[in-house]
Design a protein around this ligand. Structure first.
Ligand SMILES: Cc1ncc(COP(=O)(O)O)c(C=O)c1O
Length: 442
């Protein structure tokens, strides 16, 4: 049995059958292909890899949550097998709306009225009136003619991109676009090209090359990049797209509720309302639940409603979830102080991490996501333990989720973090940074 995927260090001989695999020498990328006639051989190897990683007590994924997602959460600690309180620094519940009383009440009422689900796809089994109400509200938020709701943000991107890009068309995407955009391109059967992250010169070169080679062109970018926390240069993207006759789709998953004078996202932030052809978003970040949407002109949205396979062949979103998204939108409008607090918290965390000696990206912050690059998977795992033991729940993003040199800790700040939460997080990060040689004692 041999493993044939690329290892990020020289591949060590795997002794999986004897139960001996040193997880420090492997990553997820090493278990994709395996020369073994048994289809499940790679699953066996991967299982042994994760078991070893857990034995080393540096594996902090799929942590068991025993409470709602607030600024503090109760977690079943995988190191002690006991419940413990942790400071939540890894949730995209940016405005803290998932536990807002009005949101919970709206969900409860809708659950009583509509039951637990509609048990089928909207075309065949019906479009809940709450969904249509939400679509109209979202179109207004995004200054678009119409919008449609999907059951997840993932399916919104996969469905929209794959519905539009066909064999004669091309999608031009940023290299760091979210996986759902990449999957949408792959599923489309059409053509796609990736430009270097936020490199407008490279985008223009691709637009020039594609000008006469393809029919329809779509530039697709994340408004806020989920693993970098930086913004796409939307004004320049819109300018170039117009120049070369391309349409633009912006994924505003991490921008909605966070950016812009009324939380409208990157189009609001850059004053580009009505100038971006399609705006996608999710309910799983600022709106505190699950679901996704795409907004645009009414014909484009209508077309996607009929041609997006993730919409046509998948059950409609749960009405109670829609009710919570509607209530969250309402609270977002009524309590703009949450967005103000979110930005205050983000700047406080950023400024103090930086003052401590960390290189924080982006600097100054461009969204509620802050990145500390570690660049070494093993160090990332070891530091994760230190931070976990210190009582902070933060996301360690390893290779191959990001390139090895970009493996990092990703902080998601919330409006509901208290000064005490932030100060304790800073203390834990100072200790971990000193311990692992990232910081030097003053
Ligand atoms: C930029 C971006 N787009 C799309 C998605 C998918 O959204 P959802 O998790 O709501 O399916 C995510 C989720 O993390 C994301 O970060």
């Amino acid at each position: 049995m041999t493993l044939t995927a690329s290892s990020y260090v020289a591949p060590h001989k795997l002794l999986v059958d004897e139960g001996a695999i040193d997880s420090d020498h492997y990553t997820m990328a090493d278990f994709v292909e395996q020369d073994d006639p048994d289809l499940f051989a790679k699953a066996r190897s991967y299982y042994a890899f994760i078991e070893d990683w857990k034995r080393k007590k540096t594996h902090f994924y799929l942590r068991r949550l025993l409470s709602a997602c607030r600024n503090r959460v109760t977690v079943l600690d995988n190191l002690t097998d006991r419940p413990r309180e942790m400071i939540m620094m890894g949730s995209n519940n940016y405005l803290g709306l998932s536990t807002h009383p009005k949101v919970i009440e709206a969900g409860q009422k809708a659950l009583a009225k509509y039951g637990s689900g509609l048990c089928g796809a909207p075309h065949m089994n019906g479009l809940c009136d709450l969904v249509r109400e939400l679509e109209v509200r979202l179109a207004r938020l995004k200054s678009c003619e119409d919008a449609m709701v999907f059951s997840t943000g993932y399916s919104a991107n996969v469905g929209s991109v794959s519905a539009l890009i066909r064999s004669k068309d091309v999608a031009l995407m940023d290299r760091w676009d979210h996986a759902s955009i990449i999957d949408g391109c792959r599923l489309s059967g059409g053509n796609f090209r990736a430009f270097r992250h936020n490199d407008m010169g490279h985008l223009e070169t691709l637009l020039q090359r594609c000008r006469h080679k393809f029919m329809g062109k779509l530039v697709v970018v994340d408004g806020v990049f989920s693993m970098d926390g930086d913004l796409a240069p939307l004004p320049e993207i819109v300018r170039l797209a117009r120049l070369y006759g391309a349409r633009v789709l912006v994924d505003d998953a991490h921008a909605t509720g966070v950016l812009g004078s009324h939380g409208g996202g990157t189009t609001d932030h850059f004053h580009l309302e009505g100038q971006v052809d399609l705006v996608m978003g999710t309910f799983s970040k600022s709106l505190g639940c699950t679901g996704g949407f795409v907004a645009g002109n009414k014909e484009a949205v209508h077309y996607i409603r009929y041609y997006a396979r993730s919409y046509m062949f998948s059950a409609g979103i749960t009405p109670a979830v829609v009710a919570t998204a509607l209530a969250a939108l309402q609270v977002m409008e009524e309590e703009p102080e949450r967005r103000k607090q979110l930005w205050e918290n983000t700047r406080y965390l950023h400024d103090n991490l930086k003052a401590m000696g960390y290189t924080v990206f982006p600097s100054p912050p461009e969204s509620a996501i802050l990145i500390i690059t570690i660049g070494d998977n093993v160090k990332l795992r070891q530091m994760s333990r230190e931070i976990h033991e210190g009582g902070v729940f933060v996301n360690a993003v390893p290779y191959p989720a990001v390139p090895l040199e970009k493996c990092c800790f990703r902080f998601s700040v919330m409006a509901t973090h208290t000064r005490d939460d932030l100060d304790r997080t800073l203390d834990v990060m100072r200790k971990a940074g000193l311990e692992h040689g990232l910081l030097h004692a003053a």
